[in-house]
Design a protein around this ligand. Structure first.
Ligand code: PSV
Ligand code: MN
Ligand code: MN
Length: 403
């Protein structure tokens, strides 16, 4: 590859920002069991301390997404102070995730609930999340609704869409010009018969009606098996409606495993469509600013139930970087020529050549040039952090789902 091309690939890799989820630092589990791990953060600040380690070793993960109320606890309720704490650690606070799925009131839904009092309560929470964004300087409000029904006839599917649209439009109006909402979809779970935002088409249709500040969030674990996620990505980017990713891996359903663990080839295909759609162009600052370019947020949304959390997050960041590097290595001119000529095998070969390239040395150089570590996993293991947090984080209650 010509030297100037390598330089351009490196520049793009250096400007990528991978946002880590505060909840991935805390304890999590399946509905069968949460296995608590020693050294897990007890406060939001301790989650940020762990995130700062991920950033220190990788150099591309300075943003941390919050989940409310999981990250609303005692002293950390002052989100302006929390944002300065993050800044002191070289971090900034990212997407604010609303949570209208863990209270008894939400048994039959939140914003689509048949009872207006429950809908009001859910909307109040969404509004509160925007207040928090004002304090943290966050751009994105991430909305995922567990709303749906378990049995045919349980509720009116159309009426639920009307209620959903009403709430979305109210919160959309509350956003400032610099803020956005990203609407996440998921095929099923916890609702097993109908889900109110089950797929990208439903999310897209709502976002289109709402306006330019509303975009779709693609969680890679939220589709039916065999879904061509890269097609969805290509389509949404073309329409200017791709707002964010929740990256994770799945073998079966919403497994929330480390991004790139189950299917690195799929992650590469997704990142190639992001690149082709202009999602990697510009500086990190330009991409973070509303209205500038495609503005896609690369977030992780995963849970580390059986593996140590901080290195699992480091590994996930590296996996996203590797997929991105391979996507950037695709020889687009050769690909376009083969496509024009209808040369199926050559076109496919161009993509496979990039996918089969070992990009680890290139990424090691990128990290070194960023002042991070060539081998983040080894550097973390040697840092003593894992042992220190086990020693020091004693007493108190560990953070986890619902805490
Ligand atoms: C729902 O499955 C989801 O993907 C949403 O993004 C939630 O906010 C998150 O998981 C909770 O872990
Ligand atoms: Mn998600
Ligand atoms: Mn999920």
């Amino acid at each position: 590859m010509p030297e100037q091309d390598v330089a351009a690939v490196k520049t793009a890799l250096k400007s990528q920002r991978i946002e880590t989820p505060s909840w991935a630092y805390g304890n999590s589990g399946t509905r069968f069991k949460v296995f608590a791990q020693a050294g897990v953060p007890r406060t939001v600040r301790e989650k940020l301390d762990d995130a700062a380690r991920v950033q220190r070793h990788t150099g591309v993960a300075p943003v941390v997404a919050l989940h409310i109320p999981w990250d609303r606890a005692g002293a950390d309720d002052d989100f302006t102070a929390l944002a300065s704490y993050a800044a002191d650690k070289g971090l900034r606070l990212g997407a604010v995730n609303a949570n209208v799925f863990q209270e008894d009131a939400y048994k039959l839904g939140s914003v689509a609930h048949p009872d207006p009092a429950v809908r009001r309560k859910a909307l109040d929470h969404l509004m509160e999340c925007v207040d928090i964004m004002d304090a943290t300087g966050s751009r994105d409000l991430k909305l995922w609704f567990a709303d749906g029904t378990n049995y045919p006839g349980q509720d009116d599917i159309r009426a639920r869409q009307d209620r959903l649209a009403e709430a979305l439009s109210a919160v959309y109006e509350r956003l400032s010009e610099k803020q956005r909402l990203v609407l996440e979809y998921k095929l099923f779970e916890p609702a097993f018969y109908s889900t109110d935002v089950p797929d990208w088409g439903t999310s897209y249709a709502h976002c289109l009606k709402l306006g330019p500040k509303a975009r779709v969030c693609v969680d890679t674990g939220h589709h039916a098996p065999g879904t061509n996620i890269e097609f969805i990505v290509a389509f949404l980017l073309r329409e200017g409606k791709l707002g964010a990713f929740d990256f994770n891996s799945r073998f079966y359903a919403d497994d929330d495993l480390m991004a790139g663990a189950a299917d690195p080839f799929q992650l590469f295909r997704i990142m190639y469509e992001v690149r082709a759609g202009g999602g990697l162009e510009g500086t990190a600052e330009e991409r973070a600013a509303e209205g500038e370019g495609p503005g896609v947020a690369f977030m992780l949304d995963q849970c580390h139930n059986i593996e140590p959390k901080v290195p699992a997050i480091i590994r996930s960041v590296m996996n996203v970087q590797e997929a991105t590097a391979k996507a950037l290595l695709v020889d687009r001119e050769a690909l376009a020529a083969a496509q024009r000529a209808g040369d199926v095998l050559t076109a496919n070969g161009v993509l496979m050549d990039a996918f089969n390239t070992d990009v680890r040395p290139l990424l090691a150089d990128v990290r070194e040039e960023l002042g991070a570590d060539r081998d983040p996993m080894a550097a973390y293991a040697a840092s003593g952090w894992a042992e220190a947090i086990v020693r020091e984080r004693v007493g108190g209650e560990q953070a986890g789902w619902g805490a």
